[in-house]
Design a protein around this ligand. Structure first.
Ligand code: ADP
Length: 561
Protein backbone atom coordinates (compact mmCIF):
# COMPACT_ATOMS: atom_id res chain seq x y z
CA UNK A 1 0.00 0.00 0.00
CA UNK A 2 1.20 3.49 -0.78
CA UNK A 3 2.31 5.40 2.32
CA UNK A 4 -0.39 7.27 4.15
CA UNK A 5 -0.31 10.88 3.08
CA UNK A 6 0.08 13.54 5.67
CA UNK A 7 -2.56 16.13 6.44
CA UNK A 8 -0.43 18.75 4.78
CA UNK A 9 -0.31 16.77 1.57
CA UNK A 10 -4.08 16.28 1.66
CA UNK A 11 -4.63 19.99 2.15
CA UNK A 12 -1.99 20.92 -0.40
CA UNK A 13 -3.70 18.75 -2.98
CA UNK A 14 -7.35 19.42 -2.21
CA UNK A 15 -7.53 22.92 -0.72
CA UNK A 16 -7.50 24.51 -4.20
CA UNK A 17 -10.65 22.47 -4.92
CA UNK A 18 -12.52 24.42 -2.21
CA UNK A 19 -12.46 27.53 -4.38
CA UNK A 20 -16.06 28.62 -4.85
CA UNK A 21 -17.18 27.07 -1.56
CA UNK A 22 -14.93 28.99 0.83
CA UNK A 23 -17.49 31.75 1.37
CA UNK A 24 -20.05 29.16 2.46
CA UNK A 25 -17.56 27.59 4.87
CA UNK A 26 -16.69 31.06 6.23
CA UNK A 27 -20.41 31.72 6.76
CA UNK A 28 -20.61 28.41 8.62
CA UNK A 29 -17.79 29.49 10.93
CA UNK A 30 -19.29 32.95 11.59
CA UNK A 31 -22.72 31.50 12.39
CA UNK A 32 -21.25 28.85 14.69
CA UNK A 33 -19.29 31.59 16.46
CA UNK A 34 -22.47 33.64 16.98
CA UNK A 35 -24.29 30.55 18.28
CA UNK A 36 -21.47 29.86 20.77
CA UNK A 37 -21.58 33.50 21.97
CA UNK A 38 -25.36 33.17 22.57
CA UNK A 39 -24.77 29.99 24.58
CA UNK A 40 -22.16 31.72 26.74
CA UNK A 41 -24.67 34.51 27.44
CA UNK A 42 -27.48 32.03 28.21
CA UNK A 43 -25.36 30.18 30.76
CA UNK A 44 -24.37 33.48 32.29
CA UNK A 45 -28.06 34.35 32.72
CA UNK A 46 -28.63 30.95 34.33
CA UNK A 47 -26.11 31.93 37.05
CA UNK A 48 -27.76 35.32 37.43
CA UNK A 49 -31.20 33.72 37.91
CA UNK A 50 -29.78 31.27 40.47
CA UNK A 51 -28.24 34.06 42.58
CA UNK A 52 -30.83 36.81 42.16
CA UNK A 53 -34.06 34.81 41.91
CA UNK A 54 -33.62 31.35 43.40
CA UNK A 55 -31.28 32.27 46.29
CA UNK A 56 -33.30 35.41 47.26
CA UNK A 57 -36.73 34.05 46.17
CA UNK A 58 -37.40 37.37 44.40
CA UNK A 59 -39.69 36.65 41.42
CA UNK A 60 -39.55 40.26 40.17
CA UNK A 61 -35.91 39.78 39.26
CA UNK A 62 -36.82 36.75 37.12
CA UNK A 63 -38.48 38.32 34.05
CA UNK A 64 -35.63 40.43 32.70
CA UNK A 65 -32.99 37.65 32.56
CA UNK A 66 -35.63 35.08 31.53
CA UNK A 67 -36.72 37.08 28.45
CA UNK A 68 -33.09 37.78 27.51
CA UNK A 69 -32.29 34.05 27.86
CA UNK A 70 -35.18 33.13 25.56
CA UNK A 71 -34.07 35.75 23.01
CA UNK A 72 -30.52 34.33 23.02
CA UNK A 73 -31.89 30.81 22.59
CA UNK A 74 -33.95 31.88 19.54
CA UNK A 75 -31.01 33.75 17.95
CA UNK A 76 -28.69 30.78 18.67
CA UNK A 77 -31.18 28.45 16.98
CA UNK A 78 -31.46 30.64 13.88
CA UNK A 79 -27.75 31.20 13.36
CA UNK A 80 -26.92 27.60 14.04
CA UNK A 81 -29.45 26.56 11.36
CA UNK A 82 -27.89 29.03 8.90
CA UNK A 83 -24.37 27.84 9.75
CA UNK A 84 -25.15 24.15 9.37
CA UNK A 85 -26.96 24.74 6.10
CA UNK A 86 -24.10 26.79 4.66
CA UNK A 87 -21.51 24.21 5.72
CA UNK A 88 -23.52 21.32 4.26
CA UNK A 89 -24.02 23.20 0.98
CA UNK A 90 -20.31 24.01 0.80
CA UNK A 91 -19.45 20.38 1.48
CA UNK A 92 -21.80 19.03 -1.19
CA UNK A 93 -20.56 21.52 -3.77
CA UNK A 94 -16.97 20.53 -2.99
CA UNK A 95 -17.91 16.88 -3.53
CA UNK A 96 -19.66 17.66 -6.79
CA UNK A 97 -16.63 19.53 -8.10
CA UNK A 98 -14.06 16.96 -6.96
CA UNK A 99 -16.07 14.01 -8.29
CA UNK A 100 -16.47 15.76 -11.66
CA UNK A 101 -12.75 16.44 -11.86
CA UNK A 102 -11.74 12.94 -10.83
CA UNK A 103 -14.14 11.40 -13.34
CA UNK A 104 -12.97 13.75 -16.09
CA UNK A 105 -9.37 12.79 -15.27
CA UNK A 106 -10.23 9.08 -15.41
CA UNK A 107 -11.65 9.64 -18.89
CA UNK A 108 -8.28 10.96 -20.07
CA UNK A 109 -6.51 7.74 -19.07
CA UNK A 110 -5.96 5.13 -21.75
CA UNK A 111 -7.93 1.85 -21.67
CA UNK A 112 -4.76 0.17 -20.41
CA UNK A 113 -5.30 1.84 -17.01
CA UNK A 114 -8.74 0.24 -16.69
CA UNK A 115 -7.50 -3.17 -17.83
CA UNK A 116 -5.23 -3.18 -14.81
CA UNK A 117 -7.84 -1.97 -12.27
CA UNK A 118 -10.95 -3.26 -10.65
CA UNK A 119 -13.96 -1.11 -11.46
CA UNK A 120 -15.52 -1.52 -8.00
CA UNK A 121 -12.38 -0.18 -6.42
CA UNK A 122 -12.37 2.84 -8.73
CA UNK A 123 -16.02 3.41 -7.86
CA UNK A 124 -15.19 3.46 -4.15
CA UNK A 125 -12.62 6.16 -4.87
CA UNK A 126 -15.25 8.25 -6.64
CA UNK A 127 -17.70 7.96 -3.74
CA UNK A 128 -16.55 7.07 -0.21
CA UNK A 129 -12.98 8.30 -0.56
CA UNK A 130 -13.84 11.76 -1.79
CA UNK A 131 -16.43 12.04 1.00
CA UNK A 132 -13.72 11.30 3.54
CA UNK A 133 -11.61 14.07 1.99
CA UNK A 134 -14.51 16.52 2.23
CA UNK A 135 -14.90 15.68 5.89
CA UNK A 136 -11.36 16.91 6.42
CA UNK A 137 -10.83 19.74 3.96
CA UNK A 138 -14.38 21.13 3.99
CA UNK A 139 -16.75 20.48 6.87
CA UNK A 140 -13.88 19.11 9.00
CA UNK A 141 -12.01 22.38 8.83
CA UNK A 142 -15.17 24.35 9.68
CA UNK A 143 -15.71 22.03 12.64
CA UNK A 144 -12.13 22.47 13.83
CA UNK A 145 -12.28 26.27 13.67
CA UNK A 146 -15.69 26.54 15.35
CA UNK A 147 -14.67 24.07 18.05
CA UNK A 148 -11.51 26.03 18.77
CA UNK A 149 -13.58 29.23 18.99
CA UNK A 150 -16.05 27.55 21.38
CA UNK A 151 -13.13 26.40 23.53
CA UNK A 152 -11.87 29.98 23.72
CA UNK A 153 -15.35 31.33 24.55
CA UNK A 154 -16.22 28.79 27.24
CA UNK A 155 -12.75 28.79 28.77
CA UNK A 156 -12.78 32.65 28.75
CA UNK A 157 -16.13 32.72 30.54
CA UNK A 158 -14.88 30.17 33.10
CA UNK A 159 -11.78 32.30 33.72
CA UNK A 160 -13.94 35.36 34.11
CA UNK A 161 -15.98 33.66 36.84
CA UNK A 162 -13.01 32.26 38.83
CA UNK A 163 -9.57 32.31 37.30
CA UNK A 164 -7.92 30.02 39.89
CA UNK A 165 -10.66 27.40 39.64
CA UNK A 166 -10.43 27.62 35.83
CA UNK A 167 -6.66 27.13 35.95
CA UNK A 168 -7.02 23.98 38.00
CA UNK A 169 -9.58 22.48 35.63
CA UNK A 170 -7.76 23.55 32.46
CA UNK A 171 -4.65 21.83 33.80
CA UNK A 172 -6.54 18.60 33.20
CA UNK A 173 -7.22 19.36 29.51
CA UNK A 174 -3.97 17.76 28.26
CA UNK A 175 -5.35 14.46 29.56
CA UNK A 176 -8.04 14.67 26.84
CA UNK A 177 -5.50 15.46 24.19
CA UNK A 178 -3.28 12.62 25.36
CA UNK A 179 -6.20 10.19 25.09
CA UNK A 180 -6.95 11.23 21.51
CA UNK A 181 -3.27 11.07 20.56
CA UNK A 182 -3.05 7.54 21.89
CA UNK A 183 -6.08 6.53 19.84
CA UNK A 184 -5.41 8.53 16.64
CA UNK A 185 -2.71 6.32 15.07
CA UNK A 186 -4.74 3.19 15.81
CA UNK A 187 -7.80 4.78 14.23
CA UNK A 188 -5.74 5.79 11.23
CA UNK A 189 -4.47 2.27 10.66
CA UNK A 190 -7.97 0.81 11.10
CA UNK A 191 -9.41 3.36 8.66
CA UNK A 192 -6.83 2.56 5.97
CA UNK A 193 -7.63 -1.14 6.25
CA UNK A 194 -11.36 -0.45 6.10
CA UNK A 195 -10.97 1.70 2.97
CA UNK A 196 -9.08 -0.89 0.98
CA UNK A 197 -11.30 -3.74 2.17
CA UNK A 198 -14.33 -1.71 1.10
CA UNK A 199 -12.80 -1.24 -2.35
CA UNK A 200 -12.16 -4.99 -2.71
CA UNK A 201 -15.71 -5.81 -1.65
CA UNK A 202 -17.14 -3.39 -4.23
CA UNK A 203 -15.01 -5.01 -6.90
CA UNK A 204 -16.35 -8.47 -6.13
CA UNK A 205 -19.94 -7.19 -6.31
CA UNK A 206 -19.31 -5.27 -9.52
CA UNK A 207 -17.61 -8.18 -11.29
CA UNK A 208 -20.13 -10.74 -10.07
CA UNK A 209 -23.15 -8.72 -11.18
CA UNK A 210 -21.63 -7.63 -14.50
CA UNK A 211 -20.83 -11.26 -15.39
CA UNK A 212 -24.14 -12.77 -14.27
CA UNK A 213 -24.78 -14.75 -17.48
CA UNK A 214 -21.36 -16.41 -17.12
CA UNK A 215 -21.87 -17.03 -13.41
CA UNK A 216 -25.25 -18.68 -13.96
CA UNK A 217 -24.29 -20.65 -17.06
CA UNK A 218 -21.27 -22.13 -15.25
CA UNK A 219 -23.20 -22.68 -12.01
CA UNK A 220 -20.75 -20.54 -10.08
CA UNK A 221 -23.34 -18.75 -7.94
CA UNK A 222 -22.06 -20.29 -4.69
CA UNK A 223 -18.44 -19.48 -5.55
CA UNK A 224 -19.34 -15.86 -6.26
CA UNK A 225 -21.42 -15.67 -3.07
CA UNK A 226 -18.48 -17.17 -1.17
CA UNK A 227 -16.08 -14.64 -2.70
CA UNK A 228 -18.30 -11.82 -1.47
CA UNK A 229 -18.68 -13.51 1.90
CA UNK A 230 -14.90 -13.76 2.34
CA UNK A 231 -14.42 -10.08 1.47
CA UNK A 232 -17.46 -9.20 3.59
CA UNK A 233 -15.93 -10.98 6.58
CA UNK A 234 -12.68 -9.09 6.16
CA UNK A 235 -14.66 -5.89 5.96
CA UNK A 236 -16.60 -6.90 9.07
CA UNK A 237 -13.32 -7.36 10.93
CA UNK A 238 -12.01 -3.96 9.85
CA UNK A 239 -15.31 -2.30 10.81
CA UNK A 240 -15.25 -4.07 14.18
CA UNK A 241 -11.69 -2.90 14.79
CA UNK A 242 -12.94 0.63 14.20
CA UNK A 243 -16.04 0.13 16.38
CA UNK A 244 -13.91 -1.34 19.19
CA UNK A 245 -11.60 1.65 19.17
CA UNK A 246 -14.54 4.07 19.15
CA UNK A 247 -16.19 2.15 22.01
CA UNK A 248 -12.97 2.29 24.04
CA UNK A 249 -12.35 5.93 23.31
CA UNK A 250 -15.67 7.27 24.67
CA UNK A 251 -15.48 5.72 28.19
CA UNK A 252 -11.81 6.69 28.55
CA UNK A 253 -12.73 10.28 27.90
CA UNK A 254 -15.76 10.09 30.19
CA UNK A 255 -13.58 8.97 33.09
CA UNK A 256 -11.29 11.96 32.60
CA UNK A 257 -14.37 14.19 32.41
CA UNK A 258 -15.76 12.86 35.70
CA UNK A 259 -12.40 13.47 37.35
CA UNK A 260 -12.50 17.09 36.19
CA UNK A 261 -16.06 17.66 37.37
CA UNK A 262 -15.34 16.26 40.83
CA UNK A 263 -12.30 18.54 41.07
CA UNK A 264 -14.49 21.53 40.21
CA UNK A 265 -17.13 20.65 42.80
CA UNK A 266 -14.53 20.04 45.54
CA UNK A 267 -12.51 23.14 44.76
CA UNK A 268 -15.68 25.20 44.16
CA UNK A 269 -17.12 24.26 47.56
CA UNK A 270 -13.94 25.57 49.16
CA UNK A 271 -14.16 28.83 47.14
CA UNK A 272 -17.81 29.29 48.18
CA UNK A 273 -16.98 28.74 51.86
CA UNK A 274 -14.24 31.36 51.50
CA UNK A 275 -16.83 33.78 50.02
CA UNK A 276 -15.08 34.08 46.66
CA UNK A 277 -17.82 32.38 44.63
CA UNK A 278 -21.62 32.27 44.67
CA UNK A 279 -23.65 29.11 44.07
CA UNK A 280 -24.94 30.62 40.81
CA UNK A 281 -21.32 31.28 39.82
CA UNK A 282 -20.35 27.66 40.52
CA UNK A 283 -23.34 26.33 38.55
CA UNK A 284 -22.52 28.56 35.57
CA UNK A 285 -18.89 27.50 35.87
CA UNK A 286 -19.86 23.82 35.83
CA UNK A 287 -22.15 24.45 32.84
CA UNK A 288 -19.29 26.12 30.92
CA UNK A 289 -17.18 23.08 31.60
CA UNK A 290 -20.01 20.84 30.41
CA UNK A 291 -19.71 22.64 27.04
CA UNK A 292 -15.94 22.98 27.12
CA UNK A 293 -15.00 19.35 27.62
CA UNK A 294 -17.04 17.93 24.74
CA UNK A 295 -15.51 20.66 22.57
CA UNK A 296 -12.01 19.59 23.58
CA UNK A 297 -13.03 16.00 23.09
CA UNK A 298 -14.31 16.70 19.58
CA UNK A 299 -10.93 18.22 18.69
CA UNK A 300 -9.61 14.75 19.41
CA UNK A 301 -12.32 13.28 17.21
CA UNK A 302 -11.34 15.57 14.38
CA UNK A 303 -8.00 13.78 14.48
CA UNK A 304 -9.94 10.62 13.66
CA UNK A 305 -11.61 12.25 10.66
CA UNK A 306 -8.12 13.21 9.58
CA UNK A 307 -7.06 9.56 9.67
CA UNK A 308 -9.91 8.48 7.42
CA UNK A 309 -9.38 11.39 5.06
CA UNK A 310 -5.68 10.61 4.82
CA UNK A 311 -6.44 7.03 3.81
CA UNK A 312 -9.03 8.20 1.24
CA UNK A 313 -6.93 10.98 -0.17
CA UNK A 314 -4.04 8.60 -0.67
CA UNK A 315 -6.20 6.59 -3.02
CA UNK A 316 -7.66 9.60 -4.83
CA UNK A 317 -4.26 11.24 -5.27
CA UNK A 318 -2.92 8.02 -6.75
CA UNK A 319 -5.52 8.24 -9.51
CA UNK A 320 -5.10 11.98 -10.04
CA UNK A 321 -1.34 11.56 -10.36
CA UNK A 322 -1.61 8.82 -12.95
CA UNK A 323 -0.73 10.48 -16.21
CA UNK A 324 -2.30 9.35 -19.47
CA UNK A 325 0.06 7.19 -21.56
CA UNK A 326 -0.50 9.40 -24.57
CA UNK A 327 -1.11 13.15 -24.69
CA UNK A 328 -1.33 15.83 -27.32
CA UNK A 329 1.98 16.98 -28.74
CA UNK A 330 3.08 20.37 -27.30
CA UNK A 331 2.28 22.00 -30.65
CA UNK A 332 0.04 19.64 -32.62
CA UNK A 333 -0.26 20.44 -36.31
CA UNK A 334 -3.61 21.82 -37.38
CA UNK A 335 -5.57 19.02 -38.99
CA UNK A 336 -6.30 19.51 -42.67
CA UNK A 337 -10.02 20.29 -42.96
CA UNK A 338 -10.66 17.46 -45.42
CA UNK A 339 -9.14 14.16 -44.34
CA UNK A 340 -8.67 11.57 -47.08
CA UNK A 341 -8.04 8.83 -44.59
CA UNK A 342 -4.86 7.20 -45.85
CA UNK A 343 -3.33 5.08 -43.11
CA UNK A 344 0.30 4.03 -43.09
CA UNK A 345 2.27 1.94 -40.60
CA UNK A 346 5.98 2.53 -41.22
CA UNK A 347 8.36 0.03 -39.58
CA UNK A 348 6.29 -0.07 -36.42
CA UNK A 349 7.64 -2.00 -33.45
CA UNK A 350 5.66 -2.04 -30.23
CA UNK A 351 6.07 -3.69 -26.85
CA UNK A 352 3.36 -3.52 -24.16
CA UNK A 353 4.51 -1.95 -20.89
CA UNK A 354 5.72 -4.70 -18.59
CA UNK A 355 6.27 -7.14 -21.48
CA UNK A 356 9.69 -8.21 -22.63
CA UNK A 357 9.09 -9.17 -26.22
CA UNK A 358 7.55 -6.88 -28.82
CA UNK A 359 3.99 -7.65 -29.91
CA UNK A 360 4.51 -5.99 -33.30
CA UNK A 361 7.85 -6.13 -35.10
CA UNK A 362 8.79 -3.84 -37.97
CA UNK A 363 5.24 -3.75 -39.34
CA UNK A 364 4.66 -1.71 -42.50
CA UNK A 365 1.58 -1.27 -44.67
CA UNK A 366 -0.39 1.43 -46.42
CA UNK A 367 -4.12 1.47 -47.02
CA UNK A 368 -6.06 4.26 -48.72
CA UNK A 369 -9.67 5.37 -49.26
CA UNK A 370 -11.91 2.72 -50.81
CA UNK A 371 -9.37 0.01 -49.94
CA UNK A 372 -9.67 -2.83 -47.50
CA UNK A 373 -6.78 -4.20 -45.51
CA UNK A 374 -7.36 -7.42 -43.65
CA UNK A 375 -5.18 -8.14 -40.65
CA UNK A 376 -4.99 -11.86 -39.97
CA UNK A 377 -3.01 -14.09 -37.68
CA UNK A 378 -3.60 -16.39 -34.75
CA UNK A 379 -5.05 -15.20 -31.50
CA UNK A 380 -2.54 -13.07 -29.59
CA UNK A 381 -0.58 -12.16 -32.73
CA UNK A 382 -1.23 -8.46 -32.20
CA UNK A 383 -4.17 -7.78 -34.53
CA UNK A 384 -6.13 -5.66 -32.05
CA UNK A 385 -2.89 -3.93 -31.11
CA UNK A 386 -2.78 -2.50 -34.65
CA UNK A 387 -6.12 -0.77 -33.97
CA UNK A 388 -4.93 0.46 -30.56
CA UNK A 389 -1.85 2.07 -32.12
CA UNK A 390 -3.91 3.71 -34.85
CA UNK A 391 -6.26 5.18 -32.21
CA UNK A 392 -3.23 6.18 -30.12
CA UNK A 393 -4.21 4.17 -27.06
CA UNK A 394 -0.46 3.56 -27.13
CA UNK A 395 2.46 5.00 -29.10
CA UNK A 396 4.87 2.71 -30.95
CA UNK A 397 8.35 2.14 -29.51
CA UNK A 398 9.89 2.77 -32.92
CA UNK A 399 8.53 3.53 -36.36
CA UNK A 400 5.55 5.71 -37.22
CA UNK A 401 1.81 5.52 -37.64
CA UNK A 402 0.68 8.09 -40.22
CA UNK A 403 -2.71 9.45 -41.22
CA UNK A 404 -2.64 11.26 -44.58
CA UNK A 405 1.13 11.36 -44.29
CA UNK A 406 1.14 13.05 -40.85
CA UNK A 407 2.51 11.20 -37.82
CA UNK A 408 -0.52 10.61 -35.55
CA UNK A 409 1.52 11.89 -32.60
CA UNK A 410 1.47 15.31 -34.21
CA UNK A 411 -2.29 15.43 -34.63
CA UNK A 412 -4.57 16.62 -31.83
CA UNK A 413 -5.86 13.46 -30.13
CA UNK A 414 -9.51 14.43 -30.48
CA UNK A 415 -9.14 15.22 -34.17
CA UNK A 416 -7.41 11.89 -34.79
CA UNK A 417 -10.13 9.87 -33.06
CA UNK A 418 -12.85 11.89 -34.79
CA UNK A 419 -11.51 10.56 -38.08
CA UNK A 420 -11.65 6.91 -37.09
CA UNK A 421 -14.65 4.72 -36.33
CA UNK A 422 -14.11 1.42 -34.57
CA UNK A 423 -16.54 -1.42 -34.61
CA UNK A 424 -15.59 -3.59 -31.67
CA UNK A 425 -15.78 -7.35 -31.40
CA UNK A 426 -18.57 -7.09 -28.91
CA UNK A 427 -20.66 -4.12 -29.98
CA UNK A 428 -20.72 -1.85 -26.97
CA UNK A 429 -24.04 -0.26 -26.15
CA UNK A 430 -25.21 1.95 -23.30
CA UNK A 431 -28.41 1.32 -21.36
CA UNK A 432 -30.33 4.14 -23.17
CA UNK A 433 -32.75 3.81 -26.08
CA UNK A 434 -32.07 2.56 -29.60
CA UNK A 435 -32.07 6.16 -30.83
CA UNK A 436 -29.59 7.35 -28.20
CA UNK A 437 -27.24 4.47 -28.98
CA UNK A 438 -27.19 5.19 -32.70
CA UNK A 439 -26.59 8.89 -32.08
CA UNK A 440 -23.83 8.24 -29.50
CA UNK A 441 -21.01 9.33 -31.81
CA UNK A 442 -22.96 12.37 -33.09
CA UNK A 443 -25.39 13.61 -30.43
CA UNK A 444 -26.61 16.47 -32.65
CA UNK A 445 -27.91 14.14 -35.37
CA UNK A 446 -31.51 14.69 -36.51
CA UNK A 447 -34.13 11.94 -36.40
CA UNK A 448 -34.02 11.70 -40.23
CA UNK A 449 -30.27 11.10 -40.15
CA UNK A 450 -30.66 8.46 -37.45
CA UNK A 451 -33.32 6.62 -39.45
CA UNK A 452 -31.26 6.90 -42.63
CA UNK A 453 -28.25 5.34 -40.87
CA UNK A 454 -30.47 2.57 -39.48
CA UNK A 455 -31.85 1.84 -42.96
CA UNK A 456 -28.34 1.58 -44.43
CA UNK A 457 -27.35 -0.71 -41.55
CA UNK A 458 -30.37 -2.99 -42.20
CA UNK A 459 -31.54 -2.17 -38.69
CA UNK A 460 -34.63 -0.11 -39.50
CA UNK A 461 -36.94 -3.13 -39.96
CA UNK A 462 -36.19 -4.83 -36.67
CA UNK A 463 -36.27 -1.48 -34.83
CA UNK A 464 -39.79 -0.93 -36.24
CA UNK A 465 -40.86 -4.19 -34.64
CA UNK A 466 -39.55 -3.29 -31.18
CA UNK A 467 -42.28 -2.25 -28.65
CA UNK A 468 -41.41 1.45 -28.70
CA UNK A 469 -39.50 1.62 -31.98
CA UNK A 470 -36.52 3.96 -31.79
CA UNK A 471 -37.42 4.80 -28.18
CA UNK A 472 -37.10 1.20 -26.95
CA UNK A 473 -34.55 0.84 -24.13
CA UNK A 474 -31.82 -1.65 -25.06
CA UNK A 475 -31.21 -2.85 -21.47
CA UNK A 476 -27.90 -3.03 -19.62
CA UNK A 477 -25.16 -3.09 -22.30
CA UNK A 478 -27.81 -3.82 -24.91
CA UNK A 479 -28.71 -7.20 -23.44
CA UNK A 480 -32.37 -6.92 -24.51
CA UNK A 481 -31.24 -7.23 -28.14
CA UNK A 482 -29.72 -10.20 -29.99
CA UNK A 483 -26.03 -10.24 -30.95
CA UNK A 484 -26.86 -9.57 -34.62
CA UNK A 485 -29.21 -6.70 -33.68
CA UNK A 486 -26.58 -5.16 -31.45
CA UNK A 487 -24.06 -5.39 -34.27
CA UNK A 488 -26.46 -3.70 -36.70
CA UNK A 489 -27.05 -0.86 -34.22
CA UNK A 490 -23.29 -0.48 -33.95
CA UNK A 491 -23.05 -0.32 -37.75
CA UNK A 492 -25.79 2.35 -37.83
CA UNK A 493 -23.81 4.28 -35.23
CA UNK A 494 -20.70 4.01 -37.37
CA UNK A 495 -22.68 5.12 -40.48
CA UNK A 496 -23.90 8.19 -38.69
CA UNK A 497 -20.47 9.09 -37.41
CA UNK A 498 -19.21 9.17 -40.99
CA UNK A 499 -15.46 9.04 -40.33
CA UNK A 500 -13.08 8.40 -43.25
CA UNK A 501 -11.22 5.55 -41.51
CA UNK A 502 -12.95 2.41 -40.36
CA UNK A 503 -11.55 -0.28 -38.09
CA UNK A 504 -13.53 -3.50 -37.91
CA UNK A 505 -12.29 -5.60 -35.00
CA UNK A 506 -13.56 -9.12 -35.77
CA UNK A 507 -17.08 -7.79 -36.49
CA UNK A 508 -18.46 -11.29 -37.09
CA UNK A 509 -17.23 -12.84 -33.84
CA UNK A 510 -19.98 -14.45 -31.81
CA UNK A 511 -22.49 -14.36 -34.69
CA UNK A 512 -23.82 -17.52 -36.34
CA UNK A 513 -22.85 -17.98 -40.02
CA UNK A 514 -26.25 -16.78 -41.32
CA UNK A 515 -26.28 -13.63 -39.21
CA UNK A 516 -22.63 -12.98 -40.07
CA UNK A 517 -23.37 -13.29 -43.79
CA UNK A 518 -26.31 -10.89 -43.46
CA UNK A 519 -24.15 -8.36 -41.62
CA UNK A 520 -21.80 -8.28 -44.63
CA UNK A 521 -24.28 -6.32 -46.77
CA UNK A 522 -24.54 -3.29 -44.47
CA UNK A 523 -20.83 -3.59 -43.70
CA UNK A 524 -20.00 -3.27 -47.40
CA UNK A 525 -22.13 -0.13 -47.56
CA UNK A 526 -20.24 1.21 -44.58
CA UNK A 527 -16.85 0.42 -46.10
CA UNK A 528 -17.62 2.01 -49.47
CA UNK A 529 -15.26 4.91 -50.09
CA UNK A 530 -13.63 4.59 -46.67
CA UNK A 531 -10.24 3.30 -45.63
CA UNK A 532 -10.98 0.02 -43.86
CA UNK A 533 -8.76 -2.08 -41.66
CA UNK A 534 -10.48 -5.33 -40.84
CA UNK A 535 -9.19 -7.60 -38.12
CA UNK A 536 -10.27 -11.14 -38.81
CA UNK A 537 -9.22 -14.69 -38.18
CA UNK A 538 -12.11 -16.25 -40.10
CA UNK A 539 -11.35 -15.39 -43.71
CA UNK A 540 -14.42 -17.07 -45.27
CA UNK A 541 -16.46 -13.86 -45.30
CA UNK A 542 -13.67 -11.48 -46.23
CA UNK A 543 -14.10 -9.89 -49.70
CA UNK A 544 -11.60 -11.17 -52.23
CA UNK A 545 -10.31 -7.81 -53.38
CA UNK A 546 -8.77 -7.18 -49.94
CA UNK A 547 -5.08 -6.80 -49.24
CA UNK A 548 -3.91 -9.15 -46.51
CA UNK A 549 -1.23 -8.86 -43.92
CA UNK A 550 -0.46 -11.87 -41.79
CA UNK A 551 0.82 -11.22 -38.32
CA UNK A 552 3.08 -13.95 -36.99
CA UNK A 553 2.25 -15.56 -33.66
CA UNK A 554 4.09 -14.22 -30.66
CA UNK A 555 7.46 -15.98 -30.56
CA UNK A 556 7.45 -16.30 -26.80
CA UNK A 557 3.83 -17.43 -26.55
CA UNK A 558 4.74 -21.07 -27.06
CA UNK A 559 8.46 -20.95 -26.40
CA UNK A 560 9.66 -22.70 -23.27
CA UNK A 561 10.90 -20.42 -20.51
P1 ADP B 1 -5.02 -10.42 -31.19
O1 ADP B 1 -5.98 -9.28 -31.43
O2 ADP B 1 -4.20 -10.76 -32.38
O3 ADP B 1 -5.67 -11.63 -30.63
P2 ADP B 1 -3.87 -8.62 -29.27
O4 ADP B 1 -3.42 -7.50 -30.14
O5 ADP B 1 -5.13 -8.41 -28.51
O6 ADP B 1 -3.95 -9.96 -30.11
O7 ADP B 1 -2.72 -8.97 -28.22
C1 ADP B 1 -1.39 -9.26 -28.62
C2 ADP B 1 -0.56 -9.64 -27.40
O8 ADP B 1 -0.45 -8.53 -26.54
C3 ADP B 1 -1.14 -10.78 -26.57
O9 ADP B 1 -0.08 -11.63 -26.19
C4 ADP B 1 -1.72 -10.09 -25.37
O10 ADP B 1 -1.57 -10.91 -24.23
C5 ADP B 1 -0.85 -8.85 -25.24
N1 ADP B 1 -1.62 -7.73 -24.69
C6 ADP B 1 -2.78 -7.22 -25.14
N2 ADP B 1 -3.18 -6.16 -24.40
C7 ADP B 1 -2.24 -5.99 -23.45
C8 ADP B 1 -2.06 -5.05 -22.37
N3 ADP B 1 -2.94 -4.06 -22.12
N4 ADP B 1 -0.96 -5.17 -21.59
C9 ADP B 1 -0.07 -6.14 -21.83
N5 ADP B 1 -0.17 -7.05 -22.82
C10 ADP B 1 -1.24 -6.99 -23.63
Amino acid sequence: MAPIVTIRRTFGRFWPHTRGTRLLFALGVVCAMAAAACEVASIWLFGVITDRVLATQDLNAFWGPAIAWLAFAVVAGLVSFGGQYATALGGERFLLGLRDRLYAHLQTLTPDFFDNRKLGDLMARLTDDIEAIEELVGSGLVKLITTLISVVFFAGAAFYIRWDLALVTLALVPAFLFASKVFASRFRYAAARERSSNGRMNSVIEEGLANQPLVQAYNRQETEAERLHVEGRTWLRTKMAQAKLAAMYTPSVQIIETLCLLTVIGFGAWEISAGRLTIGGLLSFAAYLAYLYPAVQSIGEIALTVSEAAAGSDRVIEVLETRPMVTDAPAPVGTPPACRGEVEFRNVTFTYPGRETPTLRDLSFTVGPGELLVCTGPSGAGKSTVAKLLLRFYDPGSGQVLLDGVDVRELPLRALRDRITVLQQESLLFSGTVKENIAYGRPDATMEEIVEAAVLADAHDFIGKLPQGYDTPVGQRGRLLSGGQRQRLAIARAMLRDAPVLVLDEPMTGLDPDTAARIMTPLRRLMAGRTTIMIAHDLSLVPENATRIDLAPEPTALAPK
